[in-house]
Design a protein around this ligand. Structure first.
Ligand SMILES: [Zn+2]
Length: 266
């Protein structure tokens, strides 16, 4: 293929129109943030030692970008240095939620560890949660041109079967057209990841997944993000803490004698 000029080359860049922006920071209510650190505190109180635990960040269906609550599933195994999430675990927890509540990410604690970053195990959990969340929460974020080389424009009822043997894509219209651009919807979704420590530190990332409706081309990315407090008037009451204590006792299962395969992974 020969280009006549540089402007012809530039025209090769696919058109893209941005239609919506995914969150760039993590909004959370004071209630949800306080509850997260309270869980760590209760784990130490009830189980006498600090253990890693994980939970899900929850939001109202009509405002999925704001974390309003922390959901504590039954943790499969709580070691001092290891917590993992499986796809079945998320699905099971999701099904237990009220219909107007959605999971928009996950949160976990590194307990008393001084490792204040996401670990390699966490990376696997990010991917599991991102897949689950974006399968349910997605929006149209852009329209993007699908560059087609050798597009064949045909007119309805005026072409032969052998015309379809030509070109990479045949576009059949009811009138003669000389030019055509195909733009596909890009669906996008996000998932929040928060890690906290007993000493009050926290670190966050937002994970993104975009997928082309026709091409199926998908792109995953992530960025570090700030936690932004949005007060919705709810505060953590003593009654809330009492309920949470029972949950921590029931759902966090310290395992100080892990199976060999888990020790090997640590
Ligand atoms: Zn971790």
């Amino acid at each position: 293929m020969r280009f006549r000029s540089l402007s012809d080359l530039e025209r090769q860049k696919p058109k893209e129109v941005i239609l919506a922006t995914l969150p760039q920071e993590i909004s959370i209510t004071p209630y949800a943030k306080e509850k997260a650190f309270k869980i760590s505190e209760l784990v130490r109180e009830i189980h006498d030692e600090s253990y890693e635990w994980y939970g899900f960040t929850l939001a109202d269906k009509d405002n999925p970008e704001l974390i309003t609550d922390i959901g504590l599933p039954r943790n499969a195994q709580n070691l001092q240095e290891y917590a993992t999430i499986g796809p079945e675990g998320i699905a099971e927890y999701h099904d237990s939620l009220a219909g107007d509540t959605v999971i928009n990410g996950w949160i976990h604690s590194h307990g008393a560890l001084h490792y204040m970053h996401f670990s390699h195990t966490d990376e696997e959990n990010h991917a599991t949660v991102l897949d689950f969340v974006t399968a349910r929460l997605r929006e149209t974020v852009a329209k993007k041109e699908i560059p087609i080389q050798d597009l064949r424009l045909l007119v309805k009822d005026e072409f032969e079967e052998e015309d379809l043997e030509q070109g990479s894509v045949s576009l059949i219209t009811d009138a003669v057209v000389s030019e055509s651009i195909l733009m596909e919807t890009i669906y996008g979704g996000f998932s929040y990841s928060i890690v906290i420590g007993d000493e009050g530190w926290h670190e966050q990332e937002i994970h993104y997944k975009e997928r082309g409706a026709i091409s199926g081309h998908s792109h995953v990315s992530k960025k570090s993000a700030d936690l932004v407090l949005i007060d919705n008037g709810r505060s953590l009451t003593q009654a809330d803490i009492n309920v949470l204590s029972e949950e921590v006792e029931e759902k966090i299962q310290p395992n100080t004698n892990p199976p060999t395969e888990i020790i090997e992974r640590m």
